[in-house]
Design a protein around this ligand. Structure first.
Ligand code: MG
Length: 184
């Protein structure tokens, strides 16, 4: 399975959750699989998608928030895991799609291809709900089974980006669209 296949299954498992998506290829893939007003595509600030998702989750406690992060991005902002786990918002699922590479910049290998295990790091940070998914067919049942809580979901995939169009939304347009949907 590649990242594109994983995102497709994530989208199929959702109802009206907000998604905040890691920048670059993941956002392009999500946009092309299913654009919706509830999607926010990061256009910069690499590493901060989990922090932004956390902020959204605590400010909208009655709405579920799905963060789609990547291994390279999360490795830049590991401190975010401790903030999220200790504050324990009951409506946040952090999905890390781990392809052991910096997919958007040419598939240079990350340290998850060597000794680093993000699931162990998440447990150490204090996440009490941890899931590792290796098979595509397990994504929908695993995500649908999650109740309230702060969940860490690691999906292991092969490197490789789908050849899809760029997100055509301008930053201002994207910001305003998302602000509108989170205000209702
Ligand atoms: Mg990656």
């Amino acid at each position: 399975m590649k990242r594109y296949d994983a995102i497709k299954k994530i989208v199929e498992s959702l109802n009206d959750e907000f998604i905040v998506c890691n920048l670059g290829a993941p956002s392009r893939e999500l946009y092309n699989i299913k654009d919706r007003d509830e999607n926010f595509y990061m256009l910069g600030s690499m590493g901060l998608v989990s922090s932004i998702s956390f902020g959204l989750a605590i400010s909208k406690p009655n709405k579920k928030v799905i963060c789609i992060d990547g291994d390279g991005s999360l490795l830049m902002n590991l401190g975010s895991l401790t903030t999220i786990a200790n504050n324990n918002p009951q409506n946040l699922t952090l999905v890390v799609i781990d392809n052991s590479s910096y997919g958007s910049t040419g598939d240079q290998k990350t340290y998850t291809s060597q000794k680093t295990n993000l699931e162990v790091i998440a447990k150490g940070a204090g996440f009490e709900s941890n899931i590792v998914i290796n098979r595509e067919e397990n994504i929908i049942p695993s995500l649908k089974n999650l109740g309230t809580g702060t969940h860490f979901v690691l999906i292991k995939v092969d490197p490789g980006n789908a050849q899809v169009e760029n997100v055509p939304l301008q930053p201002q347009e994207l910001k305003e669209r998302f602000m509108k949907v989170i205000s209702t």
